[in-house]
Design a protein around this ligand. Sequence first.
Ligand code: DND
Ligand code: ATP
Ligand code: GLN
Length: 704
Amino acid sequence: MRLITVSTCSLQQWSLAWEENRRRIVNAVSTAKEQGSSLLVTPELSVSGYSCEDHFLEPETQDIALEVLATIIADDVCEDILIDVGLPILHHGVLFNARCLFKDHKILLFRCKQDLANDDLFRETRWFAPWDRSRQNEKYVLSKELRAATGQDRVPIGASCIEADDCSLAAESCEELFTPKSPHISMGLNGIEILTNSSGSHHSLRKLDTRIELIVNATKKNGGVYIYSNQIGIDGQPRMMFDGSSMIVINGEVKALTSQFSLSDETVSAVVDLDEVTSHRSGSARRMQAIKEPLYPGIPLNASLTSKGEDIDPSIKLSPSIEVIYLAPEAEIALGPAAWLWSYLVKSRQSGFFLPLSGGIDSASTAVIVYSMCRMVAQNVKDGNEDVIKDLRRTCGEADGSNWLPEDPKEICNRLFHTCYMGSENSSKETRDRSQKLAESIGSFHFNADIDLIVAGFTTLFRKLWGFDLRYKVNGGKDAENIALQNIQARSRMVLSYLFAQTLTLVRKRSSGGTLLVLGSANVDETLRGYYTKYDCSSADVNPIASISKLDLRRFIKWAITNLELPVLTNFLSATPVAELVPLAAEMTDEQDMGLSYEELSIFGRLRRIERLGPFGMFQKCLVLFQDMTPRQVFEKVRRFNHYYGINRHKTETLTIGYHAEAYSPDSNRHDLRPILYPTLTWAYNKCWNVVERLEKAAGTEKP
Ligand SMILES: Nc1ncnc2c1ncn2[C@@H]1O[C@H](COP(=O)(O)OP(=O)(O)OC[C@H]2O[C@@H]([n+]3cccc(C(=O)O)c3)[C@H](O)[C@@H]2O)[C@@H](O)[C@H]1O
Ligand SMILES: Nc1ncnc2c1ncn2[C@@H]1O[C@H](COP(=O)(O)OP(=O)(O)OP(=O)(O)O)[C@@H](O)[C@H]1O
Ligand SMILES: NC(=O)CC[C@H](N)C(=O)O
């Protein structure tokens, strides 16, 4: 038996917040030691924060990272435990995304990431080079601060394992887990028993199971203890929300797991028996593969990490296995964007939120997410989380020395959250009432502000200038007038929102003043289709539902009725989505107006971004998917989607910062890089058309 206690942590690192990051690392070390640990793994780039982005290229960032590392290594708290932290390292003029493994004031190794993350939200090759001398070490010359802290002048850099007297370990980084030829495969075949993974891995809906399955399967097949550490919260780049779930797994069994969404740092440990790894690896086929595997260079630790034989303390208990319970997507929507909003609010140092609340599903979802955030904050207040209590008091303008300790989410909501129904002559009593009742249920500071006066100001000026009245289509107006009249309403609401966001703390006589963040509620499907007014309420400060589909939002609202105890939401579910921008007589449902259902938009979004299909590929796939439509109808749908996607693509360029939750998010700033100006895609349409004609001819349904 070789017992070892190992630890991982989820830390709320913040890019360039050096003192804070250092404090969180050192706190995690001290908690791990209290838990009896011999080894602590921290998240990717934990010293600097993951998202320093172009700051990584600045010598100052690289230097400060080394200075902070030196102070961590020199700290007495960091004695008697092997620690794995992350930082950018410049070696021979090339920057690497590296781990530093150290123990007792000595650096053992800088391990550089070999497979960089560069897809979707990630751009690591912009700053780092991959270490491609895969099993080679070089000598890294230490800075003067590190020499002083360690007494060393050169240490190994590259990809090696650490050989303790009684076990071995090696590090991989985030993306390397997701690649087909992960380093842990060869490490495991080399007999390395402990594998660490430091991550900056973001949340998206229904993703956690992928991550856990990869780790569980890796160690089931190859044996081993896998220690995974991920950041938590947002760290300066809010388009990524890191979702913790740091874990310790042995031979496919999860032994420790931190929360996926939390407002605080967490450190957890597990006691495991490394002899179980040896037994797990006794299969003869594995043995035959292992003897062929090229060797990893080892760095000697000259110390033991386990307790074994007669040293074993019989009171120590092996950690039991944990059954992982995955959150339903509805619960992920309730907690992920809620934790994101809190993280953003605290880091932006603003004084709360303002939301234009229309009585529709989208702004209701945003409001419910804020309420969910207030529930999380209230729970943290109850739990005595000092950071959260301090941030809450500051955000709500409490005077120094305040002992305000609210445990009721509605009380918090009333202080932080402001909602406003902005009716016009086209608004209905139903939407006004729904907004009012939702606000009452969650406790937001709510009021009505009608916009007809403002709209009349614009239309009167227009008449004075050009001598005629703008008319809706139903009153004989042209298309351009009809859209212009709608857009004035939508944009007036946006201007009014910013006015209120700037002044409501004054109105409420909050002595410290402060501005509110304006919340947006455009969902991913409307953005794909461009079905919103540019620079209306979609142009907010932050949008928690930016990449959540309408279908998921409906599921979320249904879930919240019981899970967040908000029966008022039943009325939102039964209402038909309408924009209320034209007179009632001419009102169409959103789906009629778009010519595409939300379900179809979600399918097109996935085909376009995830399956990477152009119009012809999409058409071919939809022929199979939409069996109740004729080929001609399928073609019309595909063409309509691509037409509106193309002409409205410019709108994604000015999208409000949003929570990334969906793999088909069209956010052109980071996730979905495509042209802004599209031609008509006639070549692909003609290919579709040829198929329509052929199929119609074969079926005898051709049209002249
Ligand atoms: N290629 C390009 N690059 C840069 N900018 C470009 C552009 N093409 C147009 N533009 C600009 O964009 C403008 C057109 O976009 P925009 O002003 O949004 O106007 P637009 O997309 O024409 O109209 C808004 C649409 O959203 C619908 N809608 C539905 C439901 C609710 C709401 C709501 O607001 O609540 C809206 C409404 O029915 C209408 O179909 C042009 O006037 C021009 O200023
Ligand atoms: N009467 C209103 N009062 C307050 N805000 C409004 C009103 N009408 C629209 N808005 C704001 O403008 C946004 C876009 O309006 P739109 O009519 O496109 O709604 P939507 O995208 O279907 O969202 P919702 O489901 O919230 O109505 C809304 O989400 C809301 O924030
Ligand atoms: N930082 C990384 O290497 C992250 C990459 C990985 N694809 C993820 O989404 O988690």
